[in-house]
Design a protein around this ligand. Structure first.
Ligand SMILES: *Cc1c(COP(=O)(O)O)cnc(C)c1O
Length: 401
């Protein structure tokens, strides 16, 4: 049966040959990627790196060095986000502190953030999940007023904008990811962007000391990419799910990953895909619009609200069911119909044992838990059929009646 993968970027064999080829022989791909990402982010400096996790670890380490107050060792993060975020904080030797999310927007609730005790806080991290911008201007103002750093996590939001500024371009530094299922993918990769001098110079220093990516790994990724490019197609995705080592759909708390530079070969592919970013995002936004239009008036679901001036890029389309007990049945029915719906991250971070164990200040996380129990994501990528919205609506009506 045809199966629409939960998320993905169409990568053609021409992309692979041309992108990886220029990365291999050109020697300028890392520079070109830096230029492309400074344009997209609006931040003047960029450091390609092995992964989004590595980007976060290195940026936090730079923030520690750039901060004059050694007691500031807590990092405020949304109570519902990718598990790599708390793992990167642990890896940087820092403490996680959770901020409950707003279930209506899926991002940090700025009012809750304002009520936080900031005395030991080093930085606040955004999430911008599914390509939808958080309350970035408010969070930026709060961070500035409190004298803490802000790291704008745009791992799922490359190309999204809020009020004429790029997501990833708010606060002191931002990060992007090129992992599977992100806005563009080289299967693994990431980048840091930043502007202002003291922090940016510290990032530059730490990045300059990083080891090169292992060449043997690069060829393994090239091979996996070739499989990915062919098998993401709906006729074949069932096979992709079974390739060992791709780890598709898994959410892991992992602190042992390489903090190394980004492979120059994979950077060639990233440059090529970044050159098509607007088109790739436009397709996802169009499909999200189809889903949203078809779901108007549907019973039993909530469509997340967007902030004024937000231009999301919808790496996936998120919605929530009103009754948590119906969520798994809806996902099962969508998958039976060949639509790769997911329950996103399985737990609020407070319920992830590795996170809970290390928390000094367990705060109320009821909204993050509500999101974890009720969220459903729908695919938006270029392999979605034009009637995706109507197909989703029919299954929603049948399941949630
Ligand atoms: C994927 C992701 C990361 C980590 O990126 P990797 O490249 O997978 O290490 C960080 N934050 C968010 C919100 C993510 O979705």
């Amino acid at each position: 049966m045809r199966y629409i993968a939960p998320a993905g970027t169409p990568v053609t064999l021409l992309d692979l040959v041309s992108g990886l080829g220029s990365g291999l022989v050109g020697g300028r791909s890392t520079e070109e990627l830096r230029e492309a990402l400074t344009k997209v982010s609006g931040q003047p400096r960029c450091w390609p790196i092995a992964s989004g996790r590595a980007a976060m670890t290195l940026t936090l380490q730079a923030m520690v060095r750039a901060c004059a107050a050694p007691h500031r060792r807590e990092v405020l993060i949304p109570g519902y986000t990718c598990y790599s975020v708390p793992a990167a904080i642990e890896r940087a030797g820092l403490k996680v502190r959770l901020c409950d999310v707003d279930p209506n927007t899926l991002g940090i609730d700025p009012d809750g953030l304002r009520r936080t005790d900031f005395r030991n806080v080093l930085a606040v991290v955004t999430a911008n999940l599914y390509g939808v911008p958080n309350a970035l201007a408010d969070i930026e103002t709060i961070a500035r007023d409190q004298g803490i750093f802000m790291l704008d996590d745009a791992a799922q939001s490359l190309g999204a904008r809020l009020g004429n500024r790029a997501v990833g371009g708010f606060g002191d530094a931002g990060l992007y990811s090129f992992d599977k299922g992100k806005n563009i993918t080289t299967l693994q990769g990431g980048a840091i962007v930043a502007a202002r001098a003291p922090l940016a110079n510290t990032i530059e220093e730490l990045w300059g000391a990083l080891p090169q990516s292992a060449a043997s790994q690069t060829s393994a990724y090239a091979l996996k990419l070739a499989l990915y490019s062919v098998l993401l197609r709906p006729g074949l995705y069932g096979l992709v799910q079974r390739i060992p080592g791709l780890g598709l759909g898994k959410t892991m708390y992992e602190t042992r990953y390489p903090v190394a530079r980004f492979s120059g070969v994979l950077a060639g592919l990233a440059v090529r895909l970044a050159g098509r970013l607007d088109q790739i995002n436009r397709v996802r936004v169009t499909n999200a619009g189809r889903i949203e239009a078809a779901l108007q008036g549907a019973r039993g679901i909530r469509i997340p609200q967007r902030y004024d001036g937000a231009a999301p890029v919808f790496a996936r389309y998120p919605l929530r069911v009103e009754r948590a007990e119906q969520r798994d049945e809806l996902i099962t029915n969508l998958n039976r119909a060949g639509i790769g719906a997911t329950a996103s991250y399985p737990q609020a971070l407070i319920d992830v044992p590795e996170v809970a164990r290390a928390l000094d200040h367990p705060a109320d996380q009821s909204s993050s838990r509500l999101v974890a129990r009720t969220i459903v994501t729908i695919p938006t990528h270029a392999y979605c059929p034009a009637d995706i919205g109507h197909r989703v609506r029919a299954i929603v009506d049948r399941t949630l009646q």
